[in-house]
Design a binder for this molecule. Structure first.
Ligand code: UDP
Length: 315
């Protein structure tokens, strides 16, 4: 297939979606973004003649008949879903519906258009992992009915749905499992640790460390992630591919780095560890390195500096 030129991005007004769309617009002939703005923002998208914005909930089938989609489509990036643990508590039914019905609709659009689909799955498919770091063939340790299960099991079901349609209906699909990602345009109130700590540090408020802060995450800068997503879409290999930065840190280390980089005098305050909060998380990216020739390039401190500068500008 030649250069893909007609693209649909579900969740294109979200944090990662907005960065992806910006990159795609440089190459694509047309990009249609479908987003219900429940966590996305119109301001994450630039005004561009090549860009069409459709405000719709992908779990309702009517978006498939929207006039903006009555055109040929080569690629569908399926990113739509509220992503933060705070959203899992606030929007559990919406998240189940988006992961199940929304993904089914994205699959149906791909089959109808003969387009390739990329599903944005997640490191949450590994739950609170008993294997460390996590390779793609690790089957995970996920609670079926805990507070994160709408998202974790929803994304697992999304992968199953894609596998079934690939086997039975010839769906052309790629799956990426996205690990913790950060960068400019994260929502200040989104609840995730990087925007939470940066906004607290800039306001001189205490940084809210959950538990004792010894739990770990591995943080990938959004520009690196977008390169990985596009590489996964354009490869012949079907994945799934872990996409993330293997540079693993404790939450306490992250808090200290943000205090230092902001020059803040904020203290730390320790609060309860949320139920089912994974103890450790770090991607094994051997497959992405080998098959996609991809690995993250942005160092945590450099990425945090960019992110802090963006949050300062918002203030
Ligand atoms: N966390 C924290 N303080 C906050 C927000 C999050 O200590 O204000 C912790 C959270 O409990 C988890 C880690 O930071 O251990 C990453 O949380 P986040 O919500 O960013 O994403 P997760 O990886 O849990 O989906």
């Amino acid at each position: 297939m030649g250069t893909p030129t007609r693209v649909v991005v579900t969740g294109g007004a979200g944090f990662i979606g907005g960065h992806l769309v910006e990159r795609l617009l440089a190459e694509a002939r047309r990009v249609v973004v479908v987003d219900n703005l429940v966590t996305g923002r119109r301001g994450n998208l630039s005004d561009d003649d090549k860009l069409t914005f459709v405000e719709a909930d992908i779990s309702e089938a009517d978006w498939l008949r929207h006039p903006a989609l009555a055109v040929p489509v080569d690629r569908i990036y399926h990113l739509a879903c509220p992503p933060s643990p705070v959203d899992f508590v606030r929007l559990p039914v919406e998240i189940c519906r988006t992961c199940a019905l929304g993904t089914l609709h994205a699959v149906e659009l791909a089959l109808e258009k003969g387009a390739r689909l990329l599903d944005a799955s997640t490191s949450e498919v590994y739950g609170d992992p008993l294997v460390h770091p996590q390779p793609e063939d690790y089957r995970g340790n996920v609670s079926v009915d805990g507070p994160r299960s709408c998202y974790d099991e929803g994304k697992r079901f999304g992968e199953a749905l894609i596998a079934a349609h690939r086997r039975a209906r010839g769906l052309d699909a790629r799956v990426v499992r996205i690990f913790n990602t950060y960068g400019p345009r994260m929502r200040a109130g989104d609840g995730r640790v990087v925007p939470a700590f940066i906004t607290q540090a800039l306001a001189g408020e205490p940084l809210t460390v959950h538990g004792d802060g010894s739990q770990t995450r591995s943080f990938c800068y959004v520009d690196d992630l977008v390169s990985g997503i596009i590489a996964a879409m354009e490869t012949d290999a079907t994945g799934p591919f872990n996409l993330g930065n293997p540079d693993e840190r404790t939450i306490l280390e992250l808090a200290q780095a943000i205090i230092e980089l902001t020059g803040s005098s904020s203290a730390l305050t320790y609060t309860a560890l949320p139920k089912d909060d994974p103890r450790r998380r770090r991607p094994d990216i051997t497959a992405a390195r080998r098959e996609l020739d991809w690995e993250p390039k942005v160092d945590l401190r450099d990425g945090l500096e960019q992110t802090i500068a963006w949050f300062r500008d918002q203030g």
